[in-house]
Every structure is written in C-alpha cells, then in structure tokens.
Write a protein that binds this ligand. Structure first.
Ligand code: M6R
Length: 612
C-alpha cells in the first residue's frame, strides 16, 4: 500500500528512483511522483496514473541530482489526482516528503495549522504532517530531525516517511512506524525502499528499520536513532533475493509466471524439510517450540484475504490430525473485539507480505496479552516475521501479482507440514497415515506440473463464461476454503461478482440465484464428501445452472453432470487443496486477461495492505 523509494550517493538518482517505482508499483498505482535534490534546488514532479505516465511527464525535464525520493500511491486521504500525489512540499517549499501509511489524528492538527494561516494544496494527511513538522521547526528553532521527532510523538497512525530538505542536500531523513522500510548499504551510497526490490542489483547488504526509529542517511553514513534521540547500532543483514525473481521472465504477467512457478516454489518449500523416504519433517521453528505446540489448548489463526483462506484449510487439517481446537480469525475483527487469549493458546499468523497492518496490530495486541506467536510468512525479514516468537517461511520468493497464488500454495505446504509434525509428536496420527501423507505431499510439485501442462484446457473453459455477471463456487470439507479462494481470485482480477459457499449450505439461500445464466464451479475431487457433492450438483442441474467442475483423474460420473470439467491428479483429501486451487487460479487469470484487465494491477487493490 504505497511504495516509497529513495537514493543518496554518487549516481544519478532519477534512473534509480524511477526503476524502483516500477518495481514497487504492485503496492499502489493510482499516482506517482519524484522529488530530486540538486545542491539547493528541489524539483518535484508528480502525476495521476501509472508510473509510465510519470515517465512521460519527465521527458525533457531537469533530472540531474544525486539525491532523490519517489512514491507510488494507493489513495487513502483524497482521490487519485496530480495534487494528491506525493511528494508533497511544505508551505515554504523547503521540504519535500513521501509517506506510506495513515495519520489518524491529522484533522485536529490540520485545524491547528489552518488557524495559523497555513494553506493546503492537497487533501492528504501527508501534507498536514509535513507542514506540522515545518511549523514545529520554525517555532522551536530546532533541527529538522528534532522537529520530526517532536511531530512523531504527537501523531497517531502508521507511517514510513522520507524527508528532503533543500538546505541540507546531503541528507535523507526517514522514519517508520507500522509501514515497512529497508535501507540498502552501498559504497558511498544508500538506497531506501518499502522492500528491497528497487536496489537488489546494487547491494545485498540491508538494514530493516524498526518501528519508532529514525534514519539519518547520507552518502557515506547511516545513523539510526530512536524517538528519544539515542543512537541504535544498525543490524546489517545479507539479502537472499535475485533479480530474476522480480522480473517477468518471458511471461505476459507476473500472475501467470507465479502460477507456473508453483512446482518449484513448493519444491523449495519442502526442500530440506520433508524427507518422505526417511519419514521426517525438519522445521526448527516447530522443534524448538514443540512442547508449547503439542500442549496447545487452542490454536488461533489470524490472517486476511487469501492467507485467511489458507488458515481455514489449516483449521480442517489441524483439528483432524492433531486434535487441537482451532479458530480462524479475520485480523481486522480480532484486533478490535477484545478476544480472550488464554495461557495455553498458540497464535498462528499467516501473511504473504508480512506487513498487513490488520494482522500486524492483531499480533502486537495478542503478544501484549502473553500469546505465543508462530508466523507463517513469505517475505523474509518482514514485520510479522520479526514480531513472531517462532515461525516458518513459505519460501515462495517475491510475489508481485496482486492476486496471491504461489504464496497461498506455499502457505498450505508449510501448514500441512506443521500439522503433520505436531500430530506425530502428539501421537494423534498413525505411522501408516503419517508416512502416506508425507509421500503425498512430496508428490505435489510433480502433480502441479501436470495440471499446468494442460492450462490450455482451462483457457478454453474460461472463454465460454466470459460474459457471466456472477459465479458461484462450491466445495465441501477441505475444498470449501478452496471455493472461497476461487471466488476471491475471480472477483479480484475479472471484476465478476463471485461467491464461495460450502456446497451443502447453498440450499439455505444462494440456490435462489441459480438459473441458466449462472456458472457454478464445483470443487468435486474424490474425497469422503464426493457422493454428497454429486447430489449438490444434481440440485444445481435441476435448476438449469451451468456446472464447471474440478474433478479427480479417472472420475467418470461427474463429467456427465458437468457442462465443463477439469481433472487433476489423485491425491489424499488432506493435501488436495494445494492441487485443486491451481485450475481456479488459471480460470481467473484467463477470464481476467480475456476481459482485457491488467491482472497484475487490478483496480482499487494493492499488494501489501499496510493501512487498516
Ligand atoms: O500479505 P498478506 O498475505 O497478509 O495479505 C493478505 C491479503 O491482503 C491478500 O491475501 C489479498 O486478499 C490478496 N489480494 C488475495 O489475492
């Protein structure tokens, strides 16, 4: 949700910043802008629309500068427009600032400033904060750094800000609370960004800035301080990310690339952990906390969106295999409803980005109440990974398409291994079933490969249903969360209304929607519910609904009830969601692209939701 990037050093800043903005565009794309500082000349350029539109605006402009900041926006305060785009400039024109987050108490501060005669060019909370900082500096006759510290103590909300002062062209000042900031360390240069993608070809040495920290960044020097003005020693880490991971690599869209990467991302997730032949799962985060996990009285899973769907699958698996009660919570509800957290509870946080504001705050609150937090996170070094007591990375690599695909299947793989490992330690699973599920899990990369090799079949199905205005997705048991995920994917990237439902629940309401114009997608793979879901299909058929089914290879009953079907390799029902979701990802991808939608950047969405 908003991407920020900054450069200070000996290179020309503009090419670094604009390339960085393109890589961060997945975080927000309704407007973008740059501020370039050359000696004491501060130039700000901004434009509604995609970064490519900003680039066009920049043709012929003076871009020479070795200091620059840039922003790509996902609107919160004020509509997407040139004037609401960042960077903003202070009333005097001396300061320029970009901001990712929300200043919740901006209204009273704005009133205070209006009374003092300040005028605002935009509707943003960011411009209010910037003028507030300038006003404090003028009134207190203090340094900009000190003024920023005073301002940050007065505001509530979330921020990652980068600040330029044209009277100090050798410095970028940054601060964060609740929105991510990583600093890349080069020789005689520094890079600042929401994630490391803008600078991975320049340096692998990074410092993740923590909440309530300020960074005073010069070409040769990085000083970190807390809000009490005490210096903090930067913790420099080595980045494990390659440039190829954030490029399209010949695919038309990141989403398609990420769908097709799943055999290798699942393989990477299992590698070094699952050894089906030896019958072992090695996960240090679990082993080091096995007593806590085995004795858990209850597991609470906290997540949003697709990650929440992974949590629902985990609920079914953990309850069945480990016999531990599980509750799956939307982080946005959990954080506000004063939940009961008992000493024996374990919280599993699931997040691709590791920066989702609702999940992060929910965990902070749970942690304050003494909960043990286990993070299942994709983005290495992210905030959720860092506040968790223990965890397991999904190792899916950077996910850039807004619609989550490979991160979801990676989450499922980690959660399945977790459940198997806890079940084994608790002795709630027989040796035979344990070994069988291990070998089923190990077969997933190869089976996804088989599904993807037939992607054209799904493309043909998609073409038939392009004009539908609604879709229903139905599944039972382990495939119910997959139905929810299929519906979410379709909504996100094709703008077709879709609902996911437990198949049996359909007759308690949604069946009223069924007529000959409604496509109903059944996730009807072979499991204990198979006969029951066939009855549900009959109910739809009797009302002339159009049926698209996802079935298991060799099923010769379901095709006769279906207008279209796609079959997947046979697999145990516990592991089935990792496979059955893949055709649904393809369905939504093809429908979205055939409708001409930019599936990597669908309207109104952002990849990383860092505001509540
Ligand atoms: O980064 P997270 O996994 O915490 O993100 C949670 C949701 O915002 C995310 O899954 C969202 O629903 C995706 N756009 C789904 O495709």
């Amino acid at each position: 949700m908003c991407g920020i990037v900054g450069y200070i050093g000996y290179k020309q800043a503009y090419p670094v910043v604009i390339k960085g903005l393109k890589r961060l565009e997945y975080r927000g794309y309704d407007s973008s802008g740059v501020a370039l500082l050359n000696d004491n000349k501060l130039n700000v350029y901004k434009k509604k629309g995609r970064v490519s539109e900003l680039e066009e605006l920049m043709i012929g402009k003076d871009v020479s500068a070795t200091v620059g900041i840039g922003h790509t926006r996902w609107a919160t305060h004020g509509e997407p427009s040139d004037r609401n785009a960042h960077p903003h400039q202070s009333a005097s024109g001396r300061l320029a600032m970009i901001h990712n987050g929300i200043i919740e108490n901006y209204a009273p501060i704005k009133q205070e400033l209006l009374k003092k005669g300040y005028e605002f060019k935009s509707e943003t909370d960011t411009e209010v904060l910037l003028n507030f900082i300038e006003d404090i500096q003028i009134n207190n006759q203090c340094s900009l750094e000190e003024a920023l510290r005073i301002a940050l103590k007065r505001i509530t909300g979330a921020y990652c800000i980068l600040l330029l002062d044209k009277e100090d062209p050798e410095t970028i000042i940054a601060a964060r609370k609740g929105s991510p900031l990583v600093i890349g360390i080069g020789k005689g240069e520094h890079f600042l960004a929401s994630d490391a993608s803008p600078f991975i070809e320049y340096t692998k040495e990074v410092v993740y800035v923590n909440d309530y920290e300020l960074a005073i960044v010069k070409p040769e020097e990085l000083v970190l301080k807390n809000l009490g003005n005490e210096k903090i020693t930067p913790f420099v880490q080595e980045l494990d990310m390659e440039l190829a991971a954030i490029e399209k690599g010949g695919y038309d869209h990141f989403m398609l690339k990420e769908i097709f990467e799943q055999p290798s991302t699942i393989f990477d997730c299992l590698r070094g952990r699952l050894d089906a032949a030896a019958g072992t799962i090695t996960m240090s985060g679990i082993e080091e906390n096995i007593i806590q996990l085995v004795n858990a009285q209850r597991i609470l899973i906290v997540a949003c969106g697709t990650s929440w769907h992974a949590g629902l699958v985990a609920e079914y698996i953990i309850e069945e295999l480990c016999r531990i009660p599980v509750e799956v919570e939307y982080a946005s509800e959990f954080r506000y409803r004063n939940p009961i957290i008992n000493p024996g509870d374990v919280i599993i946080a699931i997040s691709q980005s590791g920066e989702t504001a609702d999940t992060l705050v929910a965990l902070e609150k749970a942690k304050e109440n003494g909960a043990f937090i286990f993070g299942v996170v994709n983005a290495v070094g992210s905030s959720i990974a860092r506040i968790s007591h223990a965890g397991a990375y999904t190792h899916a690599g950077p996910e850039i398409g807004v619609a989550s695909t490979k991160a979801f299947t990676g989450q499922l793989a980690v959660l399945m291994m977790m459940a198997l490992k806890i079940a084994k330690a608790k002795a709630t699973i027989s040796d035979e079933r344990y070994l069988m599920l291990l070998s089923e899990l190990a077969s997933v990369p190869e089976k996804i490969e088989l599904i993807l090799s037939r992607s054209e079949e799904m493309s043909a199905i998609a073409e038939k249903y392009l004009d539908a205005s609604d879709f229903l997705f139905l599944g039972r048991g382990y495939n119910f969360p997959v139905a929810l995920e299929g519906a979410l994917k379709l909504k996100e990237i094709s703008y077709i209304h879709a609902e996911g439902y437990p198949a049996a629940e359909m007759k308690h309401g949604p069946i009223a929607l069924v007529d000959s114009s409604l496509p109903v997608v059944f996730i009807a793979t072979n499991d204990v519910y198979h006969e029951k879901i066939i009855s549900n299909m009959q109910e739809i058929k009797a009302r002339k609904g159009q049926i698209i089914s996802i079935i298991t290879d060799g099923d010769d009953v379901t095709p006769s009830l279906s207008d279209d079907y796609f079959s997947i390799p046979a697999i145990d029902e516990v592991i089935a969601p990792i496979l059955s979701v893949v055709p649904l990802q393809l369905l939504s991808y093809y429908v979205g692209t055939m409708k001409g939608i930019d599936v990597d950047k669908p309207r109104n969405l952002a990849k990383s939701v860092t505001v509540e």
